[in-house]
Every structure is written in structure tokens, then in C-alpha cells.
Design a protein around this ligand. Structure first.
Ligand SMILES: *Cc1c(COP(=O)(O)O)cnc(C)c1O
Length: 430
């Protein structure tokens, strides 16, 4: 990635990460990112304030003579973060939300408006979703809560799953938690013009730029790598300016904008994103290699662990990332022992921070997923942080030491596996 240029400009992505979205600071006479916590803004007069309000309600920017009006519509600290992220993603624009799920919700709601005029308006809009997906996304789509129907399928089944009323295709690559890769270009081709949303949380803009591969939207749970320090929840979607307008309209109405303090922390996180991802990835590869030969480990999952037969690590990604999942030969019992036996890894959900985490997807992040698509009970997911890699390996070695012989079928039979009831969803207003 060293010779790559951004947006036709001359900056390397490492420089964009540090500099992007800070273009107005010099004129403001400040060096650090200003944090504007205003909930409301003084209006010059009724007409100009009203015009600016109208511009933003339609998804546009505030008018310079009319001001930002109200913090649910616009905030300069949030806008700077969006600009920095958009530049890193090689996109025209980005729109930031209170969480990754708020971002996903807005993307689905905005897509409903794009249903072809030839479709009977009584028809529910339709989304095609390539599994595996983050459990929350799977749950949101399966529930029907937003008034859309969803078809879950594999990558090669996308074209066959399309309907006249399909308004969006959702995919995640690398997928959570199996780290399976999906060929973005193949799905874009199959989509035949239907917008494709790629959840780029695991790859980060450092390793993958879905917009450059034809995706309409690249979504991040910024809570993870973008922030990188486990202290800010947020979501962001990189896209065209036209799509950004549709997303901002939804964001203004539903009140899902990112808090400025979150934007400040996430924007600061961008500066170290490339070096964090590269350092964490280097350790993850070492750990994956070490795990591969461990007798308690049945299979190690990371991007390319299947030999990358389609060359996606060459054409689509610029690295394998810092997430590793393992299938344990000792089943659920071994997973329980590992997650409670480690001390250099925190047993906690989430990922992408400077500290290493370990969690059990079937019981936690993927608990709401339908049983047939839920991860197996012997699968454990590791997020590799910036600790010394030898320390991490030693810790895994001591926690994996007792090899279990029995492979009991555990156990995760959660009540919430049956998503929000469909009859409730049916009543949702389109
Ligand atoms: C965590 C996560 C989300 C949801 O993001 P939140 O910020 O927790 O709302 C979506 N997609 C992926 C891949 C995630 O890991």
C-alpha cells in the first residue's frame, strides 16, 4: 500500500490517517481537534436559520449564513471525523452514527425509498444478506422490525435471491466470526445495480476499500478498530455524496447522530489506525501459525487460512487483519476452560482495540442468530491487541494445556434466538 494514492491526491493512506478531516484547523488557529458540545446554535435571523434547517432536513449541509441550527442535524466535530474517514475509504462522503447498529439501521431504512416504481407499493422491500454476518445485523434483518423482508444466502446465491423489490445487498468480509472472505466484486456483478453494503469493520480502511470495488456503502462499527481503545461507541458509513444525503435525512429524523465526544475520540483513533492494524496483524499471524500446530486446536480460522483459492488477499485486501478464530477439539468444555483460563486476554465481547480480547460467539455476539446459522459451540474468537506476542502465546499455551477428550454438545439455546416476533414486525409502518 506504500505507493497508493488517495482520491487522486498525493498522500499515502498513513498520512491521510493523520491529516484527513483537519483541513480547517489552521484557519481556526488551533492544533488539536476542537470538541464542540453545543446542542443548539445561535440563529442570524429567521429566514437564514430556516433555510439552513431545510437544507439539512433534506440531507444537505448547513448553509454558512444560517448556521448548524441544532446538534441532531449537524456538528462540526462529527463532520471532521466523517471527512477523515471518507478520505481513508476513498469515498466522496461519510455519515457517522451513534453505533454500528444505528448505521446499519439507517442504511436499511434509506434503501427502502429506492424501491422501483414498478413494484406494487404494498410490497415489502427486500434485502439479500450473505451469511455469516455479525449477530446483531443478522438479528435486525431476520426480525423484520424495519419493515423489510430478508433472504439469507451464500455468496454464489446472491443473483438467484434477487427480486424486483430487492433494495439492498448486505455482506461482511472478513465475516464475523469465521473470517470467511466474500468476493465483493463478484457480489457487485451479481447485484446488477442493486446497491451493495459491505460491513468493513474487520478489515478497516487500512486493508480494504469496498467503494473502490463497486460497493455503494462501506460500514464500520467504529467502536472496534477505528476507535481502537475501547472507549467510544460509534458507527460510520462511507459512500457517495448522494447516498450520504439519504443517510443524513434518516439520521436527522431518527436522531441517530454520533455524539461529538465520540467523534473526537474516533477521529483521534484514525491517526494510529494504520500502525495499530499492521502491528496487531503481525502478532495475529504469529499466533495463528502457533495455534495451527497445537493439539487442542481442530482448526484455525483467519483470512486466507483456506489457501485463498480466489486470490482475494491479492485483489481485495492488503493483509489478513488481526482477528483469529479457533475451533477447539475439546468442544464447548474446552471453550469454557480457555476463556476463563487466559489472563493476557480479557474475556469480553467487542474487538479491534489495543488490548487482546477473547469471546465465545455462539453464547454472546451471535446468540440471536438462527440455530442453523449460529457458530458451533467449540468456536472461540480472539481479537489480537498490542501486547507482546510472546506473552500472548505463553498465555494461550497455559490456558490450552489441559486437552479435553470428550466433545460434549453444549448448550447454547438462548431465549432470544427466536428474534423479535414477526407479527410485531408486520405491524411496523413502511
Ligand atoms: C460490533 C459490530 C457491529 C455492531 O456495531 P456496534 O457499534 O456494536 O453497534 C456491526 N458489525 C460488525 C462486524 C461488528 O463487529
Amino acid at each position: 500500500m506504500t505507493s497508493e494514492l488517495l482520491n487522486g491526491g498525493s498522500m499515502n493512506p498513513d498520512s491521510v490517517a493523520v491529516r484527513g478531516g483537519r483541513e480547517d484547523l489552521q484557519a481556526l488557529g488551533v492544533h488539536a481537534l476542537p470538541l464542540d458540545l453545543s446542542t443548539t446554535y445561535p440563529l442570524p435571523d429567521i429566514e437564514h436559520g430556516g433555510d439552513s434547517y431545510e437544507s439539512m432536513a433534506l440531507g444537505g449541509h448547513p448553509l454558512s449564513e444560517g448556521g448548524a441550527v441544532y446538534a441532531r442535524l449537524w456538528n462540526p466535530t462529527v463532520a471532521r471525523f466523517e471527512s477523515g474517514l471518507a478520505q481513508l475509504e476513498k469515498a466522496e462522503a461519510a455519515v457517522a452514527f451513534a453505533s454500528g447498529m444505528a448505521a446499519m439501521t439507517a442504511a436499511i431504512l434509506a434503501s427502502k425509498d429506492t424501491m422501483k416504481s414498478t413494484v406494487d407499493p404494498a410490497t415489502r422491500p427486500h434485502v439479500v444478506a450473505v451469511r455469516p454476518l455479525y449477530g446483531g445485523t443478522d438479528h435486525l434483518l431476520a426480525s423484520g422490525l424495519l419493515g423489510v423482508d430478508a433472504t439469507f444466502c451464500a455468496e454464489h446465491e446472491v443473483a438467484a435471491a434477487l427480486r424486483e423489490e430487492t433494495v439492498l445487498i448486505v455482506l461482511e468480509t472478513p465475516g464475523n466470526p469465521t473470517l470467511d472472505l466474500v468476493d465483493i466484486s463478484s457480489v457487485v456483478t451479481q447485484a446488477g445495480g442493486v446497491p451493495v453494503l459491505v460491513d468493513n469493520t474487520f478489515a478497516t480502511p487500512v486493508l480494504q476499500n469496498p467503494i473502490s470495488l463497486g460497493a455503494a456503502m462501506s460500514l464500520h462499527s467504529a467502536t472496534k478498530y477505528i476507535g481502537g481503545h475501547g472507549d467510544a461507541v460509534g458507527g460510520v458509513i462511507a459512500c457517495s455524496e448522494e447516498t450520504a444525503e439519504a443517510l443524513r435525512r434518516v439520521r436527522a429524523i431518527t436522531g441517530a447522530i454520533l455524539h461529538p465526544l465520540g467523534a473526537y475520540l474516533l477521529h483521534r483513533g484514525l491517526t494510529t489506525l494504520p500502525i495499530r492494524v499492521r502491528a496487531q496483524q503481525e502478532s495475529a499471524l504469529r499466533i495463528a501459525e502457533w495455534l495451527q500446530s497445537h493439539p487442542s486446536v481442530e482448526k484455525v480460522h483467519y483470512p486466507g487460512s483456506d489457501g485463498d483459492p480466489r486470490g482475494l488477499l491479492q485483489h481485495q485486501m492488503r493483509g489478513t487483519g488481526a482477528m483469529v478464530s479457533i475451533s477447539l477439539s475439546g468442544g464447548f468444555e474446552a471453550a469454557k476452560r480457555l476463556t476463563s483460563g487466559v489472563s493476557m486476554f480479557t474475556h469480553a465481547v467487542s474487538l479491534g482495540g489495543v488490548d487482546s480480547l477473547i469471546q465465545h460467539p455462539a453464547a454472546l455476539t451471535h446468540r440471536p442468530v438462527a440455530p442453523e446459522a449460529r457458530p458451533l459451540p467449540n468456536l472461540v474468537r480472539l481479537s489480537i491487541g498490542l501486547e507482546n506476542v510472546e506473552d500472548l502465546i505463553n498465555d494461550l499455551a497455559q490456558a490450552l494445556a489441559p486437552v479435553a477428550s470428550s466433545r460434549d454438545e453444549m448448550a447454547v439455546d438462548p431465549v432470544i434466538a427466536d428474534p423479535i416476533r414477526m407479527d410485531v414486525a408486520e405491524a411496523a409502518v413502511r
